[in-house]
Ligand binder design. Structure first.
Ligand code: GLY
Length: 377
């Protein structure tokens, strides 16, 4: 099969479905669906949720690829709603990249709006301020039900570093990149295990910076291998390489990618944790989609220096995307989501349901494959 043609066909199917979805959901910020209908996280108590940028990110991707203004209008509306989060100090955490790269960043890229640039820089400044100078790590969450988390850092944060790299580009001020690289350098040392897998959480003494212990976080256990965490590591180090060209980030991204490739089941259906029992049917399409998109990026980076590895990563990404498209996607235009088998965390009660960031990365990867993506990281 001609994969570019396949990806273009899938992109058009996504486009047609999303025209209906946006029409009936132009005032919502969804996380998941209930009987195929988006929920809404735009109320006060929910506006700071880390996934609140992904629907807007999907809409900007589709606006860029196909030009329908209904996508842009809805995305801009979401960006304004997120100002309540920007003005809520305790609601700001390490996930500002997920929220403002995909909203204000996208908007600035496509419309050059000063208001969007302002939001982007406020979010970047806050993220930079979370850096712990002794640990050389960006603090993850605030104290939100987990006790004192002032000495917690998580692998997911690698995905948020582009907010800092881009802030340096926008302002010609290297401080943001210095902080991003200091975090990435330390993350390589403390998160990535010998076999190329990644811890989810590392705890450290917030005063001395001394590393205390890793925690299993959203995976099965400490020492196991939470699949979305592996995909954040793969994609995150690839992004730091894209922005800085520092060789050790590339080596680390390859090490993680090769580990992931050694774990992907022949079915291409990604579990919640690569170490979960074989008879456990919990899956995570988000991990599949993020892995696919990250592998496509890494494949691009390796194209001129290591063509065979580049091809291997691209082929693996295509396999994952084709499996998602044929076995996990809901193509019914009256249903608001695409992917049906996502999981937020191994120990959650609920598994195999729709989650908005699964759909974002699926769409991003498909558009990347057919050269219709706007690069938002
Ligand atoms: N960044 C949180 C998660 O991946 O669930």
């Amino acid at each position: 099969m001609d994969t570019s043609k396949w990806a273009l066909d899938i992109a058009e199917k996504i486009h047609q479905k999303e025209l209906s979805v946006v029409e009936r959901n132009n005032n919502r910020i969804p996380y998941t669906t209930d009987q195929g209908k988006f929920d809404d996280w735009s109320e006060d108590g929910k506006i700071c949720w880390w996934t609140n940028g992904f629907w807007a990110g999907m809409l900007w991707q589709l606006y860029h690829a196909f030009g329908d203004t209904s996508f842009m209008t809805c995305a801009k509306n979401i960006e304004s709603k997120l100002d309540k989060n920007l003005m809520n100090y305790m609601g700001m955490d390490h996930d500002s990249g997920f929220k403002w790269l995909l909203t204000a960043g996208a908007s600035y890229e496509l419309t050059k709006s000063d208001a969007s640039k302002n939001r982007f820089m406020l979010a970047a400044g806050n993220l930079a301020g979370r850096f712990n100078l002794n640990a050389n790590l960006i603090r993850a969450w605030n104290d939100s039900g987990n006790g004192d988390t002032s000495g917690w850092a998580i692998i997911d944060c690698m995905m948020n570093l582009p907010l800092l790299y881009k802030a340096s580009e926008l302002t010609c001020d290297p401080r943001f990149t210095q902080i991003a690289m200091a975090h990435a350098d330390r993350a390589m040392e403390v998160f990535i295990r010998e076999d190329g897998s990644s811890h989810h959480i590392i705890t450290f003494d917030p005063n001395t910076g001394a590393i205390l212990k890793p925690l299993g976080g959203q995976g099965m256990d400490e020492g196991s291998s939470w699949t979305r965490g592996q995909s954040w590591a793969l994609y995150g180090f690839s992004l730091s390489y894209r922005h800085t060209k520092k060789e050790s980030y590339l080596t680390t991204a390859i090490k993680v990618a090769d580990y992931i490739l050694s774990q992907i089941p022949v079915s291409n259906r990604i579990p919640v944790d690569y170490k979960q029992p074989k008879d456990c049917s919990w899956e995570d399409d988000t991990a599949a989609a993020i892995t696919a998109s990250g592998l496509l990026l890494l494949s691009e980076e390796l194209l001129s220096t290591d063509a065979s590895r580049s091809k291997k990563y691209k082929d693996t990404a295509i396999g994952l995307l084709q499996t998602l498209a044929t076995e996990s996607c809901n193509w019914d235009n009256s249903v608001d989501h695409f992917l049906e088998n996502c999981s937020a965390a191994y120990h959650d009660e609920k598994h195999n349901f729709a989650i908005i960031y699964g759909d974002y990365y699926f769409i991003e990867a498909i558009l990347r494959l057919c050269n219709k993506e706007i690069f938002l990281w």
